[in-house]
Design a binder for this molecule. Structure first.
Ligand code: BG6
Length: 484
C-alpha cells in the first residue's frame, strides 16, 4: 500500500495572504517534517505566472536559513501553478487534471485541501466550482479552509454558511480564526480544566470581572479600504475576542472531542444577550501632532484609503453578561483597538475582595489571574504576600510563568502553522463551527445595525493613547478596579 498523496491548493496564490502567511507556513511545516510524506502544493490565481515567479514572490517571507537551501529546493519542486478564473469551469478542470495526474502516479485518490486566500466576494463561486470539478474520488477526502470575513452580519454570514452547507459537510469546512491557533489561547482549557486550583473559584461567587483585551500600536497601515467596511467590532471583537470569551466561560466539555468542545462554546454564546448600545464605547483615532513617526501623526481619517468622514470605529469596548448560573452578573469586558499605546492581547480575571478583611483598609488588592497571549506569552497571578523582612506589611506581587524564561529552548509555532497542520490531521477543535459563527453574529448584529442606522459617532482618541477615557469609565462603572 502506497502512501496517499496530499494536495494543498492555495487559491489566490499571488495575493498578499498567500505570500506572507500561507506559503511560508507550508514551507515551515514541510521543513520540520510535519506534513504527510507525499505532499504537493498547487497555487491557483488569475495571473499568468510561472512557478518560478510565484516562488520568487513568497520566498523572502520563508526565512530560509543557510543549512536549509537544499530542502527548500526540494519544497519548491513540489510546488506548481495553475492559472484560472474564479468563476469559470476551465481553470478548475485544469486543476483537477493536475491532481488526477498525481493520483495516477501514486495509484490512488489524493486527499485534497483547498485554502481560499481570497476576497469574500469569490468564496461562493470558487466553492461551487470546487464542488463541481475538484472533489476527491472515493477513498480520498476534501477539506475547505476559509478565513474571515464570514459575512458582515447575521444575514450575510448565514447566506455564506448556507451556501457552504449546500456543497460540503460540516466536517469538511475549516473556518480559521487565527486567535485559536495561539499558544496561550490553546492553553486556556488546560489551565482551567487541568488545575484543581481554578475550578472551584471559576464563577460569579469569586470572580468580579473578566477583561479580554486586544491592543495594537499602529493604525490601518494602508488597509483602510478593507478595514473601513468592517470596523473593529467585526474585525476583532466578534471573532477573536468572542472566541477567547467562550473558552474562558464555557463549562467543562464531556471530552476533548471537537464536537463536545464546540457544543460547550455554543452554549455560552446562546447565553449572551445581544450587546446594547449603552454597553459600548466606540472610538476612532486622530493623529498625534507630536507623534514619533509619520504613521503616528496620521489619524484614521487621514488614511487616503478611508472614505471621507467615515464613522467607523477603530476602538471598541463592550460589556457582556453571560446569563447562566455560573456567570450571571459578572461583566465580561471586551476591549480592542488600533493605534493604542502598546501591542498586547490578554485575558485578565479579576477576583472579588476577600470577605472579612483583617488588614488595614485598602491594603489588600484584588487577586488577578492574567493570561498574556502576546507579546511575551505568560501566565501570572497578582497576589498579596507579606513584605519580606521584620514587618508584617502586606504587598502585592506576582507568581509569574513567563514563557521566555521558563521555556527557553522551545520555539512557539505560529498560529497558522498549528492550524494548517490541524487541517491535515482532520482536527476541528480550533475551527469555528457554523452554529457557533451564527450565534456570535447574533450578539453583535442588532448593535451593528443600530450604529449604522443612527450613525453613532465614535469618540476621538489620540494615536498612541489608552483609547477614550470613557472606556475606562464604563469599566469602573461595572466594578472593574484599576490596580495600576
Ligand atoms: C486580524 C485583523 O484578524 O488580526 C487585523 O484583521 C489584526 O486587523 C490582526 O491586525 C491581529 O492579529 P495578530 O495575530 O497580529 O494579533
Amino acid at each position: 500500500q502506497m502512501e496517499p498523496p496530499h494536495v494543498f491548493v492555495v487559491f489566490g496564490a499571488s495575493g498578499d495572504l498567500a505570500k506572507k502567511k500561507i506559503y511560508p507556513t507550508l514551507w515551515w511545516l514541510y521543513r520540520d517534517g510535519l506534513l504527510p510524506k507525499v505532499v504537493y502544493f498547487i497555487g491557483y490565481a488569475r495571473s499568468d505566472l510561472s512557478i518560478e515567479a510565484l516562488v520568487k514572490h513568497f520566498e523572502p517571507n520563508c526565512k530560509v536559513k543557510d543549512g536549509e537551501k537544499e530542502q527548500f529546493t526540494e519544497f519548491v519542486k513540489k510546488c506548481t501553478y495553475v492559472m484560472g478564473a474564479y468563476d469559470k469551469p476551465e481553470g478548475f478542470e485544469k486543476l483537477d487534471s493536475v491532481i488526477a495526474e498525481l493520483e495516477q502516479k501514486y495509484n490512488g485518490p489524493a486527499n485534497r485541501l483547498y485554502y481560499l486566500a481570497l476576497p469574500p466576494n469569490v468564496f461562493a463561486p470558487v466553492t461551487s466550482q470546487i464542488k463541481e470539478h475538484c472533489m476527491a474520488g472515493s477513498g480520498g477526502w476534501t477539506r475547505i479552509i476559509i478565513e474571515k470575513p464570514f459575512g458582515r452580519d447575521t444575514a450575510t454570514s448565514a447566506e455564506l454558511s448556507n451556501h457552504l452547507a449546500s456543497l460540503f459537510h460540516e466536517d469538511q469546512i475549516y473556518r480559521i480564526d487565527h486567535y485559536l491557533g495561539k499558544e496561550m489561547v490553546q492553553n486556556l482549557m488546560v489551565l482551567r480544566f487541568g488545575n484543581r486550583l481554578f475550578g472551584p473559584s471559576w464563577n460569579r461567587d469569586h470572580i468580579a470581572s473578566v477583561t479580554i483585551s486586544f491592543k495594537e500600536p499602529f493604525g490601518t497601515q494602508g488597509r483602510g479600504g478593507y478595514f473601513d467596511e468592517f470596523g473593529i467590532l467585526r474585525d476583532v471583537m466578534q471573532n477573536h475576542l468572542m472566541q477567547i470569551l467562550t473558552l474562558v466561560a464555557m463549562e467543562k466539555p464531556a471530552s476533548l472531542n471537537a464536537e463536545d468542545i464546540r457544543d460547550e462554546k455554543v452554549k455560552v454564546l446562546k447565553s449572551i444577550r445581544p450587546v446594547r448600545v449603552d454597553d459600548v464605547v466606540l472610538g476612532q483615532y486622530v493623529g498625534d501632532p507630536n507623534g514619533k513617526d509619520e504613521d503616528a501623526r496620521q489619524g484614521y481619517l487621514d488614511d487616503p484609503t478611508v472614505p471621507k468622514g467615515s464613522t467607523t470605529a477603530t476602538y471598541a469596548l463592550a460589556v457582556l453578561n453571560v446569563n447562566n448560573e455560573r456567570w450571571d452578573g459578572v461583566p465580561f469586558f471586551l476591549r480592542c483597538g488600533k493605534a493604542l499605546n502598546e501591542r498586547k492581547a490578554e485575558v485578565r480575571v479579576q477576583f472579588r475582595e476577600v470577605p472579612g478583611d483583617i488588614y488595614p483598609s485598602g491594603a489588600l488588592k484584588r487577586t488577578e489571574l492574567v493570561i498574556r497571549v502576546q507579546p511575551n506569552e505568560a501566565v501570572y497571578i497578582k497576589l498579596m504576600t507579606k513584605r519580606p523582612g521584620m514587618g508584617f506589611d502586606v504587598e502585592e506581587t506576582e507568581l509569574d510563568l513567563s514563557y521566555n524564561s521558563r521555556y527557553t529552548d522551545v520555539r512557539l509555532p505560529d498560529a497558522y502553522e498549528r492550524l494548517i497542520l490541524e487541517v491535515f490531521c482532520g482536527s476541528q477543535i480550533n475551527f469555528v463551527r457554523t452554529d457557533e459563527l451564527d450565534y456570535a453574529w447574533k450578539i453583535f448584529t442588532p448593535l451593528l445595525d443600530q450604529i449604522e442606522k443612527e450613525k453613532i459617532p465614535p469618540i476621538e482618541y489620540v494615536y498612541g493613547s489608552r483609547g477614550p477615557r470613557e472606556g475606562d469609565e464604563l469599566m469602573q462603572k461595572h466594578g472593574f478596579v484599576f490596580t495600576g
